[in-house]
Design a protein around this ligand. Sequence first.
Ligand code: PMP
Length: 356
Amino acid sequence: MKKHNFSAGPSILPRQVFEQAAAGVLDLSGSGLSILEISHRSNAFEEILDSTKQLVRSLLKLSDSYHVLFLSGGASSQFFMVPMNLLNPPETACYIDSGAWSLKAIKEAGHFGKISVLASSKDRQYAYIPKKYTVPDMATYLHITSNNTISGTQYHQWPESKPVLVADMSSDIFSRPLDIKPFGLIYAGAQKNMGPAGTTLVIIRDDLLGRVSREIPTMLNYQTHVSKNSMFNTPPVFPIYVTMLNLQWLHKQGGLEAAGRRNQEKARIIYDEVDRNSMFLGLADAEDRSLMNATFVLKDSALESDFLEACSAAGCEGVKGHRSIGGIRASIYNAMGKESVSVLADVMKEFEQKFG
Ligand code: PMP
């Protein structure tokens, strides 16, 4: 039976990327060697790293003032690397608390300077994106989480801010067109729309390098990785290779404009059904709904396990909500086809016919 993978991450990648990645494990481009055994200093890998960087640059239309890094340590390591590299006491960094991942970023930033949390949507279980606040001109940066993977909310308009924006885009990078101008730094774990788990993309504007006076351990200093082209130490070779294959696929599909249109269409299918169907209730405010992670609950929570069983019987995997909030979460990243989303919507319709 065909499986439809709605997992929040690691998550679905295109079938063709799995096939190419598998081929590269056995024999990289006819070299007789596996991608897993070649030196990261080989020409073959340098070409892979270069073309992955170029794909990031061209998809996001980055100017020369931005550097593209592939690091390890997950997005979670960026929670502390960002303030460690950017925040110089007695400066203040501002944060918006839009969910569990924002909170983790806020906690880590507190180790490096003064943090001001300008707004939070905790009062309504993170069902919306906070909007009413003013960013002090003197702040060093404003940190936001562009897509809240757990609660299913997403920024559809960037905050007005004179200080530069820093964004955790782990779960929506490459899912829609992006105007890079307001951003000084963007980071994203690979394991949603980019590639497999194991590398973290960091995009940093040149003027933000070397701005703090504290001593930074070599591996945690962005300047190290900029000056060594992400090759100070052995980079995550295989995740970068698969990221290249995936971004090539995305480019061939028409880039971010086309991806944005497809993602809108898919999200509409699922949210239309949530709103129409008498058995379900959406968790996020309509205007802030995520195009990547649709979260909803059964009005009668006693029926949740029956619904999960119905999903499983139809091949829909990974729809159980995050353990911290429960309910249902359908993650519909770039590689998920419209047909798969329709399968889930049909399961919901049939469920209503049976139990409604
Ligand atoms: N930020 C967001 C928005 C996420 O969704 C996640 C993981 N799902 C993280 C940060 C943490 O990423 P990692 O596991 O790569 O550290």
